[in-house]
Ligand binder design. Structure first.
Ligand SMILES: [Zn+2]
Ligand SMILES: [Zn+2]
Length: 288
């Protein structure tokens, strides 16, 4: 491990930085084989790269001034693999011209991702973004959140290890949710039409609710959040298992089936209202 012998917050000139880290004196990412380091510089005064700090994480823009940035054959690749290639990444920030403020060693805290930013000619292009965090600011237990897919691939041991880390410092997430109005009469009507059986799988409702009614759930074929309407054409009554399935898989074939069930519900409603007979009578009148 290379120790530059300066403390975090130290302000260096370009030349001091170069001689300390034995790196080049140009560019925002400077690799030094001699010290085993990669110095990355987040320079606010240059204005080409749009680096942003979010919740203590610096989203650092990779190198490449013109055209799409690439990973291969440059320091973007070094940074990308810095978890495993043994290269220590040191961050400097430039907030006023030619003053390089040392932020210490940083580590990737999430997967690098692609974004778009204008290049040196003002054309929009693809850039690589590297979410890094100074290790001095990494409190216990803050590591990157794995995706559900990644979690499913962990070994039993890894999974147990992750599960036993108490994430006491994690803030609860608050999300804004829109609560759509759902017509209670419509809901009851559809359940009545279903007559105690799931309209999708045909099985009996799994249990009776507190009112002694077969427990089925109302489901909107096209979700209200996606612009679906709270009308009989769009509502079915299904069992909790099928309901979960619809929301988890969002399967096209299921959608077709549900749509036809919903239109059956509509015909049933018309029957209750006596509309269909009214239409028939009208029609017959015209015939005469
Ligand atoms: Zn079902
Ligand atoms: Zn639903």
């Amino acid at each position: 491990m290379f120790s530059p012998g300066i403390s975090i917050g130290a302000e260096l000139t370009n030349e001091e930085m170069r001689s300390l880290f034995k790196c080049g004196n140009m560019g925002g990412m400077r690799r030094s084989k001699q010290t085993g380091t990669l110095v990355i510089i987040s320079d606010d005064t240059k204005g080409l790269y749009r680096d942003v700090w979010k919740n203590g994480v610096l989203h650092y823009t990779g190198m490449g001034k013109v055209g799409d940035q690439v990973l291969e054959g440059n320091q973007n690749e070094t940074l990308y693999y810095s978890d495993t290639n043994g290269v220590e990444v040191h961050l400097f920030e430039v907030l006023q011209k030619a003053v390089y403020t040392y932020r210490g060693i940083v580590k990737l805290v999430d997967k690098p991702y692609k974004s778009t930013q204008p290049d040196d000619n003002g054309n929009m292009r693809e850039v690589w973004m590297f979410p890094v965090m100074p290790i001095s600011e990494m409190a216990q237990g803050i590591s990157r959140e794995l995706s559900e897919q990644e979690i499913s691939k962990l070994s039993d041991k890894e999974l147990a290890r992750y599960a036993s880390v108490k994430n006491v410092n994690k803030e609860p997430k608050t999300t804004e949710t829109v609560v759509y109005y759902r017509d209670p009469y419509l809901k009851q009507l559809v359940k009545r039409i279903a007559d105690g059986k799931c309209q999708y799988c045909g099985n009996d409702a799994p249990f009776l609710d507190k009112e002694g009614q077969p427990y089925l759930e109302e489901h909107h074929v096209v979700r209200l959040a996606d612009g679906g309407k709270d009308v009989i054409d769009n509502v079915v009554a299904i069992c909790p298992n099928c309901h979960r399935k619809m929301h988890v898989l969002k399967n096209e074939t299921d959608l077709v089936v549900l749509t036809s069930i919903a239109s059956h519900n509509r015909r049933q409603l018309e029957k209750y209202l006596g509309i269909s007979e009214m239409y028939e009578r009208k029609y017959k009148k015209h015939e005469r």
